[in-house]
Ligand binder design. Structure first.
Ligand code: PEP
Ligand code: MG
Length: 919
């Protein structure tokens, strides 16, 4: 028997048993098809129809022809639909009309093709008029079919149809399509048929089955159209999924004033508020609403016009939300007072709405906390921490008369950029000229997506909250204002105007996607305050609870059995306070050398470096000690009760010295001018800096090597750390200092330096007569340290992976130059899957880490392991750290919320699994 390529909407059980899971059904029937089938099963009124599978599409793409058996199965399914509707395809007395709609597993709004009104021909048109008594509607439908079929199936350009319609309306003196009469549409249908004949040399097909066959084929082909491919690239949808084709009985929203059509979200997709949001139009077809070209009525107004339908609609959508336990995006049509649901899918939403809906649904008892945490993506959290306009700056701009227009707040966030009036220019200016761009259009179409993605913000003068621009911008987290109808955009003159104000192409504007306001010029933006985002805070607390659950990891004795903790990299008390307020449970890296750069300290540091004798050096260090003690005191106080890892000085000393080239110029100038004042001093300094020169300083005298060459510096630092810790303890602050030795490559280095430093620690505690627990450990940044981790762990009580250096040294790529020089090409050419300085290279660097942990814990099972390179804030890298048995990740304070969510995601994804199994 031939393979089953076609499923009626009520054959969902068969699809399920074939596909094995609901995810499999979605892959087989597409999001739309599986949704229609699922709605049919739930008893929701769905027009009868069937779905051609994605497998058929893929077979078509491979062979260039329908797979065997497909067409026969379509015909058989069509007969079933005829039976259920009591109508017949091609029968003038009672014609069945169908739509042919694309629908992949993942929603790709507007990226593929759809043909409506299939089955209308010269003959059935007459029959439909008999049946409906509404010739205007029938001719309008017919000309729509010819037009869609012409453009989508036959590839005739849009203008070939738009132009004659425009000319016709001008001739008649009409402004709107609604002024067109039955006769007018009849004439247009004839004109459009002539357009087909002129462009293709054959007649518009008068056999409904031919129409259906060609439309099915066109939808298959649209999977590999440019728009669809571009969209898949931007959204990481795999190319091999294919699209399903849904053949659905047509129901008509344009059959008079008791008919209509609309789209709605069951909750507000912008704010997440639990209130239905949508638009509908009376006496209209679906695309009129979606295109945002005609201004639609808010859904709540339907209660006045059609109370019964409204209540039924609210009831059905409520059931759909309960069924899917997700906010739904629905399309519906009312045909002569009867409500039909055409589509339901999980609605796209802003980051803000994603968090609010997830938290609300837990509170409503619809979903679990785990589900809520999984539904919010790290990118959502990132977006929520994005800039907003500074209120004061915005008020000032308003006062200064910079307010330009107000539209619908379609996608939140503040965007400042230069205005460009078409997608290609917007993309070009953003990519080639590296400008911040705001794309401005009357409305957007699927062809404009590349310009939108490249832009910081989007502004349209037409359309509503469900228009194309709004939906796409929300999906990509791009601030967007739509329907700012006071703006007139002159695409020829490249200028937009509101009354006497004008913005020329290339001029700066500021767009507030949260309020819908648009301003001329640049307004200052600020980081949002996390404390004010109550739902996000709630969600992150749940994330922490999940990650901290006992048994999230099955591990060998001594290894962590909970998920990851999140710590932060912070150098100053104010950073530590921010980190703590963002939820950090420790400081994973304090780069002490940053403190040396402060203006009043740098001269002392330089004196210390240039010291000729040990006494001179000790004298300078004694001056630095109180500064460092104060720094550490502040850190311990801010992190009361939490561990604080302080890294001893790491960079090569020349970084603290004046720039060699500049100094050289100064010396030459003094010599040429014959000035002697300061000359000797500068010459000596230059000679000293020259003597410190290294060809490859990142591989030179730095890290633990520097500590061994010049132990006085780190001895001072350790004294400062322990004095501060002791003072804090006396003030009842709970301190947990961890001293970190950087860049270790062999255990011998630790054997040389660590005991000296531990002696100082003990001495200070004795002097101050206090005790507290502390640790000495090391950074793992050199491949040799990973390989010999078992030995290194004999001294080191903790490891922290410095994956910036570890990546640099494992690949042999300079971390300062590689990104600008060749990494972009490597990623583009797929030599590397991603930039390894952003996302851990699991196969290389990641494996070294895994080896280091396993070996290190052979020596010391309770070895504390963290990461403090940039990867500590990257979701994919965090997942790896979970899998290989890290105790925590440490990242910049701003990324702490993202890391908390990612840690919970990793814990849930691999819940209870053995670390060894999942490596
Ligand atoms: C690292 O190398 O990953 C690290 C955290 O240290 P730094 O970036 O200071 O070299
Ligand atoms: Mg480093």
């Amino acid at each position: 028997m031939a393979k089953k390529w076609v499923y009626l909407f009520d054959e969902v059980a068969e699809a399920e048993s074939y596909a094995g899971s609901w995810d499999g059904v979605r892959a087989l029937l597409g999001g739309k098809g599986s949704g229609l089938a699922d709605m049919t099963r739930a008893g929701v009124p769905v027009p009868p129809g069937f779905t051609v599978t994605t497998e058929a599409c893929n077979r078509f793409s491979a062979d260039g022809k329908f797979p065997e058996g497909l067409w026969d199965q379509e015909l058989a399914a069509l007969q079933e639909v005829e039976k259920r509707t009591g109508k017949k395809f091609g029968d003038p007395a009672n014609p069945l009309l169908v739509s042919c709609r694309s629908g992949a597993k993942f929603s790709m709004p507007g990226m593929m093709d759809t043909v409506l009104n299939i089955g209308l021909t010269d003959r059935t048109t007459e029959g439909m008029i008999e049946l409906t008594g509404n010739p205007r509607f029938v001719y309008d439908s017919y000309r729509r079919l010819v037009e869609m079929f012409g453009t989508v199936v036959l590839g005739i350009p849009d203008e070939a149809f738009e132009e004659p319609l425009k000319e016709y309306k001008e001739k008649k003196g009409y402004k709107l399509d609604t002024e067109m009469t039955a006769e007018d549409w009849k004439a247009m249908a004839e004109t459009f048929k002539a357009v087909v004949k002129k462009h293709k040399g054959f007649d518009f097909p008068q056999e409904p089955l031919k129409q259906l066959e060609l439309a099915t084929e066109a939808v298959f082909k649209s999977w590999n159209g440019k728009r669809a491919i571009d969209y898949r690239r931007a959204t990481n949808i795999p190319d091999d999924l294919g699209t399903a084709v849904n053949i659905v009985t047509m129901v008509f929203g344009n059959m008079g004033d008791d008919s209509g059509t609309g789209v709605a979200f069951t909750r507000n997709p912008s704010t997440g508020d639990k209130k239905m949001m949508g638009d509908y139009l009376l006496n209209a077809q679906g695309e009129d609403v979606v295109a945002g070209i005609r201004n639609a009525d808010p859904i709540e107004n339907m209660i006045k016009k059609m109370p019964e339908v409204y209540h039924q609609f609210m009831d059905i959508t409520d059931k759909l939300e309960q069924h899917y336990k997700e906010m739904q995006d629905v399309e519906f049509t009312i045909e002569r007072g009867k409500l039909w649901m055409l589509q339901t899918r999980n609605g796209k939403r802003t980051a803000k709405a994603a968090v609010k809906i997830a938290v609300d649904m837990v509170n409503e008892g619809l979903i679990s906390k785990e589900e809520a945490v999984l539904r919010v993506t790290p990118d959502n959290v990132d977006t929520l921490l994005h800039p907003q306009f500074d209120e004061k700056a915005k008020k000032a701009a308003e006062k200064a008369g910079a307010f330009f227009a107000k539209g619908v707040n379609a996608s939140p966030g503040a965007a400042v950029g230069q205005a460009y009036f078409d997608a290609n220019t917007a993309e070009k200016m953003a990519k080639e000229k590296k400008q911040a761009v705001i794309m401005v259009r009357p409305f957007t179409k699927p062809d404009d997506v590349h310009g939108m993605i490249a832009s910081k913000g989007v502004l349209t003068s037409e359309g509503g909250a469900t228009s194309h621009a709004a939906v796409v911008a929300r999906q990509f987290g791009i601030p967007c204002v739509v329907g700012a109808s006071s703006i007139t955009i002159d695409l020829e003159k490249r200028v937009m105007e509101v009354n006497d104000k004008a913005v020329k192409e290339g001029e700066w504007i500021s767009v507030d996607g949260t309020t819908g306001e648009v301003f001329i010029g640049q307004i200052k933006t600020i980081e949002p305050k996390i404390e004010e985002q109550t739902e996000l805070l709630t969600l992150l607390i749940w994330a922490d609870e999940i990650a901290a659950r006992e048994g999230m990891r099955k591990s060998p004795e001594g290894w962590p059995t909970r998920g990851l903790q999140v710590w932060a990299n912070a150098d100053y008390p104010k950073d530590a306070r921010r980190a703590r307020s963002y939820g950090a449970k420790g400081i994973g890296l304090c780069r002490t050398e940053h403190m040396f750069f402060e203006t009043e300290r740098l001269p002392i540091v330089q004196r210390m470096i240039l010291a000729k004798t040990s006494e001179e050096r000790t004298e300078a260090l004694n001056e630095l000690l109180p500064y460092q003690r104060k720094d550490f005191d502040g850190l311990f106080e801010a992190m009361d009760g939490y561990p604080v890892i302080i890294r001893l000085i790491d960079p090569p000393l020349h970084e603290f010295m004046p720039d060699e080239e500049k100094l050289f110029e100064e010396v030459i100038t003094l010599r040429v001018k014959g000035e002697t004042k300061d000359l000797k001093e500068k010459e000596d300094l230059l000679a000293a800096i020259k003597s410190m020169h290294e060809s490859n300083p990142m591989m030179g005298l730095r890290g633990v090597r520097l500590s061994i060459a010049m132990p006085e510096i780190v001895e001072m630092q350790v004294r400062a750390i322990f004095e501060a810790a002791a003072d804090c303890t006396l003030r009842k602050i709970v301190v947990r200092p961890e001293v970190m030795i950087p860049l270790t490559g062999t255990v011998k280095e630790l054997e040389w330096i660590q005991p000296r430093l531990e002696r100082i620690a003990k001495t200070v505690m004795e002097e101050k007569k206090v005790t507290f627990s502390y640790k000495f450990g090391t950074m793992i940044e050199i491949p040799r340290a990973c390989v010999t981790a078992a030995e290194i762990a004999s001294l080191a009580e903790f490891f922290s992976f410095g994956t910036n250096d570890l990546t640099q040294m494992t690949f042999g790529y300079s971390r300062d130059d590689a990104e600008r020089n060749f990494l972009v090409i490597y990623v583009e050419q797929k030599i590397l899957p991603k930039n390894p300085f952003q996302t851990l290279d699991r196969e290389g660097v990641g494996k070294l880490m895994q080896w280091a942990i396993t070996e290190g814990r052979k020596t010391r099972p309770e070895l504390e392991v963290g990461i403090c390179g940039e990867h500590g804030g990257d979701p994919e890298s965090i997942e790896w750290c979970h899998l290989i048995g890290n105790n925590y990740v440490s990242c910049s304070p701003f990324r702490v919320p993202i890391a908390r969510l990612s840690a919970a995601h990793a814990a849930l994804k691999y819940s209870g699994k053995s670390i060894a199994e999942d490596k």
